[in-house]
Design a protein. Sequence first.
Length: 232
Amino acid sequence: MGAEDFAGNKFVNQIYLLILLVVLALAYISFYTDPSHFAQFIGDLNPLLAISITGLLGLMIHVFCLRSFGFSILKSGRFTKSLRYAWLVILFAIVAILVDWKITLPIDINIPFPDSLLFYPAIAFMVELVFHVIPLAMALMLANRIFKNIDEEKVTFGCILLVAIIEPTFQILMDSYPIGALIVTWLNILLFNLTQLFIYKRYGFIPMYCSRLIYYSIWHIAWGYFRLDILF
């Protein structure tokens, strides 16, 4: 194992499992405070079971699959370097706020404060696994079987682009905004996903997860609290 890749390193795997345990604790408190929060996103599924299964699957995918494609849980000495992209994440959150400011989205688009402090760090972990880690692993394994004679970097970039499209498309299919807002939202979330997947490839899963925490902290938690007084 190279010094750059710690996906199979016991210590890094333990950090991942520690984050998973913290996420499960937050999900437990959030779920039993108000079960409707998770129901908006995962229906009748038990969030503790859903997060546990996806979390453990994510660990196995990193150890047995994504390592060979250069994706890790955390790459040595690179976490602080990943923070240089925080300004981009902040920009994407500001664009989302401006869309809301312009058209005034529904009053209940965010989980109310202070429940949001528990809910969003938990759901963010699951979102990264469902929209990024799992589909990326599937895409890479399939693409490398089909496109054997194409440069691996090009195949990886193609898979990243394909995976980046999933979340923004899912988002606009769930929304009923004016067409202009839908286009801006789709592009904004697409660029956010591309930035995240770049962070993932270069720095690891944990920095990618942290980038979503920054985004959610601004858009869902902070703005979710102040918008109620500003817009309504």
